[in-house]
Design a protein around this ligand. Structure first.
Ligand SMILES: O=P(O)(O)OC[C@H]1O[C@](O)(COP(=O)(O)O)[C@@H](O)[C@@H]1O
Length: 373
């Protein structure tokens, strides 16, 4: 049974979540209305997987953090508003080859960090916004990897953005190591070890998509109650789509294999004899969400996206929806990370489309002239 309170008070200005005391109170089937995320977590996922109280508490804190981020990104007062909500405000970030962060990235990072800290369940958080992982508490059972606000380069144009997260068990066999070392090693676990992963899409709707290792499920934020409610149970990505998603202004920097693949499916000459359409938002969570719904492939063929907190959590979701995530040669989840901000090409999508794409062999873009937009 859960002993600690499930909700910390996010004091949202526009919608107040109805605080409910304990996860155990959700174990009975909801009598009215759609199933909330809390109710969902109180049920066994499958014969082999049930979500323990500790993990449910952590996810509850994470979803509260994402509701706050949702308010921040949609606020007319922008980052000033976000700054006042965030626990620690912004601050200097060391550059270890990462892109220059925008203010709302930092605000979102602070919100996530503060929610993980107050959950009491997280030993270490590794974020896109921090040069090194942050150690939180020695006996926290979990490790969280996150990109707090992906796609923020487009935020001034109100393009959808997203939070990405992955949850691992803390490796207790490393407990004796110095803090910096165990923080690093805990954060560099292979994707196959993920316990859960998810994203939150901030778009016309705020959607939390999550997998605990048995199916991928999406919940939509009901602004009238402040609850995420189950709207897309057990998502199955269609085995074939008719959409490819890539920044094809880079066509002339692509290797032959990728060009041939795109040329072929555009003309309807691939294994699926229909002409494909292109869709590219340039916001990874939004492009992936559409791909999960409609099928097809979403890709960034150059070494740009990060293995630990982008490719792994998203590939976990795709695999549990019946699709595939790859770097063009290797299954993403099987790659051993060697550094926190490691970048790689990323291809995800419908199983048959991915199979066809990977059969072209030479699809990873090695040329990178340093694009400015
Ligand atoms: O410039 P490209 O290669 O099209 O990359 C776009 C991708 O970069 C991202 O913006 C992430 O990169 P940043 O973290 O540098 O913003 C994704 O959301 C998007 O899919």
């Amino acid at each position: 049974m859960i002993k600690s309170p499930l909700f910390f008070s996010p004091s949202l200005p526009f919608s107040k979540p109805r605080a409910k005391p304990l996860l155990s109170s959700f174990s009975a089937k909801s009598q009215m209305g759609p199933q909330t995320l809390l109710e969902f977590m109180s049920r066994p996922q499958s014969d082999s997987i049930s979500i323990g109280d500790d993990l449910a508490i952590l996810v509850t804190h994470l979803q509260s953090a994402c509701k706050r981020i949702s308010s921040v990104v949609s606020s007319p007062f922008g980052s000033e508003f976000g700054r006042s909500l965030a626990a620690g405000g912004d601050g200097p970030v060391s550059d270890s080859g990462r892109d220059k962060p925008k203010p709302l990235d930092l605000v979102s990072n602070d919100i996530i960090l503060s929610s993980l800290r107050s959950s009491g369940k997280v030993a270490v958080m590794a974020s896109e916004e921090d040069g090194e992982p942050v150690w939180l508490t020695d006996n926290g059972p979990f490790v969280v990897v996150t990109d707090p606000l992906d796609g923020s380069r487009n935020i001034d144009a109100s393009i959808p953005t997203g939070t990405i997260f992955g949850i691992y068990s803390r490796l207790s066999e490393l407990d004796h190591l110095p803090v910096e070392e165990k923080a690093q090693l805990n954060s560099l676990q292979r994707g196959t070890r993920l316990l859960a992963a998810g994203y939150v899409l901030y778009s016309s709707a705020t959607i939390l998509c999550i997998s605990f290792g048995s199916g991928t499920h999406a919940f939509t934020l009901d602004h009238s109650t402040g609850e995420f409610v189950l709207t897309h149970p057990t998502i199955r990505i269609p085995p074939r789509g008719q959409i490819y998603s890539v920044n094809d202004a880079r066509y002339f920097d692509w290797p032959d294999g990728l060009r041939q693949y795109i040329d072929t499916i555009r003309q309807g000459k691939g294994k699926f004899p229909k002409k494909y359409s292109a869709r590219y938002i340039c916001s990874l969570v939004a492009d992936l969400h559409r791909t999960l719904m409609y099928g097809g492939v979403v890709m960034n063929p150059r070494d740009h996206l990060r293995l630990v907190y982008e490719a792994n959590p998203l590939s976990f979701l795709v695999e549990h929806a019946g699709g595939r995530g790859s770097d063009g040669k290797t299954r993403i989840l099987s790659i051993q990370p060697v550094k926190l901000h490691q970048r790689l090409p990323l291809f995800m999508g419908s199983s048959e489309d991915m199979h066809e794409l990977e059969s072209y062999d030479n699809i990873q873009q090695k040329v990178n002239p340093g694009y400015e937009v």
